[in-house]
Design a protein around this ligand. Structure first.
Ligand SMILES: [Zn+2]
Length: 413
């Protein structure tokens, strides 16, 4: 923001290579209330670059983290499959690392407590660290102790000084959102007990690029990681990755496990070795691979616009389902407003009566779809498409069809 030349968030090298340029976009969680519809809206560049030294794919910092996260509209608890994912994770990790009432679990960016409540139920002491005041308040109300802070070296030192080191540090879908990556990873190093484990989930860059999931790029996501790069980042802070799981969440994620570099008994797993080999074979250690992405994204946009233009010319109604961050990147990049999409619906009451940022498409409760009986429902959170198609299967009674925009536009009869 202050600095014109963009530097790599990890190694400090000057960024010169574009991965994809999605133009100007508003902050994707800045839903617009009705009385603000006629006001100016800030737009920021959504220009993704890759560092030629460390291959970290990243956005420049155009907007301060305080602007993004102090009033954050994303409540994790509004997705059934995400809640299930959280509860399964808690069962697995408690079993695998033998956590009990003598352990201490810290979750970074603990949101509304949707994950830690599973640890509370198991009587395992835990603490959430969450910068968004409104979301943290909800967590406190359901009995999940929450510290309202941005996590980093300072917070970690404070916690350690208070005698609160962690047996398990969880960070699900936060690593990408950290403005100061080195400070965050160093904080984990400080907070972790000698034999403790860090467990982090983030969208996998290889999935994003191979499946053309360009809409998962937004200002809140500063970094996009391959195993190759994340291993380098952690190693620079004395943390060693020893295992990985590949998950289907968020269009394809990694769950990595890290420990102190000299921790005993944690040998590198076969699947970790195998993943690194696969990434190298797919070209993630070569600049050319990153350069090919931009054209792929443009073609995905053309396919969606072709579909919408034809549907509208035929007089068909098209509405959206969901108001996720990724939907806002997609709609703003493709230039889709009320001219193509009459409205969208969402299960979160927080968004009702508001409009999508930039495109100003209105957001209604889900029932609105039953009133209107549209010909097509464009599923914006396509990562939840199975769940949504099951919930909304009745649109078929009037001949309604689902449309999935990513990797390329697909109509599902
Ligand atoms: Zn770099």
């Amino acid at each position: 923001m202050e600095e014109h030349k963009q530097l790599c968030r990890f190694c400090g090298n000057i960024l010169t290579h574009t991965v994809v340029d999605l133009g100007m976009s508003p902050l994707c969680e800045s839903f617009v209330p009705e009385d603000k519809l006629d006001e100016m809206e800030p737009f920021y560049p959504l220009h993704v670059k890759v560092c030629r030294e460390c291959y970290l794919v990243q956005l420049g910092q155009y907007v301060s983290p305080t602007d993004i996260f102090s009033e954050y509209a994303y409540f994790s608890s509004f997705s059934d499959s995400w809640l299930q994912h959280a509860s399964d994770y808690a069962d697995m990790i408690v079993e695998r690392f033998g956590l009990d009432a003598a352990s201490f679990v810290v979750e970074l960016a603990s949101n509304d407590g949707y994950l830690l409540k599973n640890f509370v139920a198991k009587n395992i002491p835990c603490l959430g660290v969450e910068p968004a005041v409104n979301v943290a308040k909800v967590a406190d109300q359901i009995g999940v102790p929450t510290l309202v802070e941005f996590f980093g070296v300072k917070t970690a030192q404070q916690m350690k000084a208070d005698g609160r080191s962690a047996d398990l540090i969880i960070g699900n879908n936060v690593l990408a959102q950290v403005p100061d990556l080195n400070d965050f990873v160093e904080g984990m190093k400080i907070l972790l007990k000698p034999e403790g484990v860090v467990s982090i989930e983030f969208p996998h860059l290889m999935c994003l690029m191979e499946r053309c999931e360009y809409d998962t790029i937004y200002h809140e996501h500063f970094c996009y990681f391959s195993w190759l790069t994340v291993e380098r980042v952690f190693a620079a802070h004395g943390l060693r990755l020893f295992d990985v799981e590949e998950l289907s969440t968020h269009g394809g994620s990694l769950r990595i496990y890290a420990c102190h570099e000299n921790a005993a008994g944690k040998t590198t797993s076969r699947r970790a070795v195998e993943l690194l080999e696969r990434e190298l074979a797919a070209g993630f250690g070569r600049m050319e691979t990153y350069a090919d992405f931009d054209e792929k994204v443009k073609e995905s946009k053309r396919a969606l616009l072709s579909f919408l233009i034809q549907a509208r010319r035929e007089g068909k109604t098209v509405v959206g389902y969901g108001a996720p961050g990724k939907g806002n990147t997609l709609l703003n990049y493709c230039g889709i407003r009320k001219d193509f999409l009459d409205f969208t619906v969402d299960r979160s009451p927080y968004k009702h009566g508001k409009a999508l940022p930039g495109t100003h498409i209105p957001i209604y409760p889900v029932e609105k779809i039953d009133e209107v009986c549209p010909d097509y429902v464009l599923i914006l959170p396509w990562n939840l498409k199975e769940e949504i198609m099951k919930q909304m299967t009745h649109i078929r009674s009037w001949g309604g069809k689902f449309v999935i925009p990513i990797p390329t536009t697909t109509v599902i009869d």
